[in-house]
Design a binder for this molecule. Structure first.
Ligand code: PMP
Length: 453
């Protein structure tokens, strides 16, 4: 079955062009097949448009904020334009700052380093480790996994109501789960945070590639995202939002670019006047190609139109979910239930299979790249797998302690560049593997499950 049936508008038939579409990989069973990249939640392929933009700019590349030469000035303009493009893409408020970082992890660590003294942090245990772990010096309250969006809001409301009414507080929440793909009630959580005098940062690593994100409309204080999940794999990320905490914080990195004026004191030390702008947290030579690529991806997604992208992705989600539902041995992991709105990220376990074994067979026998494991969200995946019987199999689950259950899952994820054929092949492969078993034997080598041949 194809997405391009008569019932579907032709506009959603075509995936956006991405690199790697014509790459073939060897099958352990013999022959070659076009690689089906179904691990977008880890890193999405580069958009062709992003790659072309970067290639066109590369000869003009120059140092940013430093040189007097023409190419330096051009690069500086492109870098600052990229900042404006990202601000527009995220629908930031006029006085928000857009800080270029390396990734979502980097962005959230930057914010963690900029928290006012004594700030309390509230974070659901279901978060990706990038959202769960950076708040080491703050007083953190970990909130139990909610079983519905409404329960999430209620859990946060209760936790905030119980906090001491003075001092600053921050809520950190994901927009779309990197495990279940489920959307979180961000607007409601933001309203709840603000009603209790707290601020909120949105981890949009998985949301922004799939849905429009409006800082204004969601009324979040900051948003963090990564270029490599947004079809721009050039090592850039963003923290965008309120300027005040960032302006008052010590620079994330100390060095050139962040400092406006450095003077030698009579006692031999140095005095530093730091910038108040985003540059305060961007010390060192910035990643201008990364920022430019990220902005190019923002433009490409905006031009393609999220209405179209979402419609196409929802169709693909429907195909995968329907295909998996036809295999009784498959259990899809979900926190909020079947009807929850979601993006193209689906995790599951297969009765009788070790997830590493299953993912290895998808790769070796079908040329399909998925991910297995706990997806850097250990507490969430353990909650979702709770009570799961130990799965037999030749491959030891990577990272599982001796005697521990085989607590890992398979994750399939896709997006704007995914052709129908990839999800159809995936659904067919799951059906076949469960019905017929793997064609090859597998073993664990260097912590990875690989064909024994
Ligand atoms: N948050 C979520 C929801 C994620 O899925 C990821 C990446 N898997 C991150 C944060 C961290 O992103 P990065 O590795 O790009 O820092």
């Amino acid at each position: 079955m194809s997405v391009c049936t008569a019932a579907v508008a032709p506009a959603i038939c075509a995936p956006l062009p991405v690199l790697g579409g014509d790459v073939t990989v060897p099958l352990a069973t013999g022959g070659e097949v076009a690689y089906a990249a179904l691990d977008y939640a880890a890193s999405a392929p580069a958009l062709r448009r992003v790659w072309d933009d970067v290639a066109a700019y590369a000869p003009y590349y120059g140092s940013v904020h430093r040189g007097a030469g023409h190419l330096s000035q051009l690069s500086t303009d492109l870098f600052e334009n990229a900042r404006r493009t990202v601000a527009g893409f995220l629908d930031c408020r006029a006085d928000d700052q857009v800080v270029f970082t390396r990734s979502t992890t980097d962005s959230l660590n930057l914010l963690a380093a900029a928290l006012p003294a004594g700030c309390q942090v509230f974070v659901f245990e279901t978060e990706h480790h990038a959202s769960l772990l950076p708040w080491r010096d703050a007083r953190v309250t970990f909130l139990d996994a909610p079983r519905s969006p409404r329960q999430a809001v209620e859990t946060l409301r209760r936790a905030l109501a119980a906090r001491a009414p003075h001092g600053s507080a921050l809520v950190c929440v994901t927009g779309a789960s990197n495990v279940t793909g489920e959307l979180w009630p961000v607007r409601e959580l933001a309203a709840t945070a603000h009603a209790h005098g707290a601020r909120i940062v949105l981890d949009a690593a998985q949301l922004a590639p799939h849905h429009p994100v409006s800082v204004r409309d969601l009324d979040v204080d900051w948003v963090a995202l990564s270029g490599h999940k947004l079809y721009a794999p050039f090592g850039s990320g963003v923290l965008a939002g309120r300027a005040d905490w960032l302006r008052e914080a010590e620079p994330y990195l100390a060095g050139g670019g962040a400092s406006r004026r450095v003077t030698r004191r009579a006692d031999g030390g140095v005095d530093v006047e730091w910038h108040d702008s985003a540059a305060r947290h961007e010390a060192g030579s910035p990643n201008v190609i990364g920022a430019y690529a990220l902005a190019s991806a923002c433009e490409a997604l905006t031009e393609a139109g999220f209405d179209t992208l979402v419609a196409r992705e929802q169709y693909l989600i429907g195909r995968v979910r329907a295909g998996l539902a036809e295999v009784p041995e498959v259990r899809v992991l979900s926190l909020f239930g079947d009807d929850a709105p979601r993006v193209g990220v689906i995790s599951f376990v297969v009765e009788g299979w070790n997830s590493s074994h299953f993912a290895a067979a998808l790769s070796a026998e079908y040329g399909i790249g998925v991910r297995d494991g706990l997806f850097c969200a250990h507490p969430l995946v353990r909650t979702l797998l709770g009570g799961e019987p130990r799965t037999p199999g030749e491959c030891a689950a990577p990272g599982a302690a001796p005697g521990e259950r085989s607590l890992n899952a398979v994750r399939v994820s896709f997006g704007a560049g995914t052709p129908d054929e990839h999800v159809e092949r995936f659904v067919g492969a799951v059906r076949e593997l469960v019905r017929d078993g793997a064609k090859l034997r597998y073993r664990t080598r260097d912590g990875r499950c690989v064909p024994a041949v």
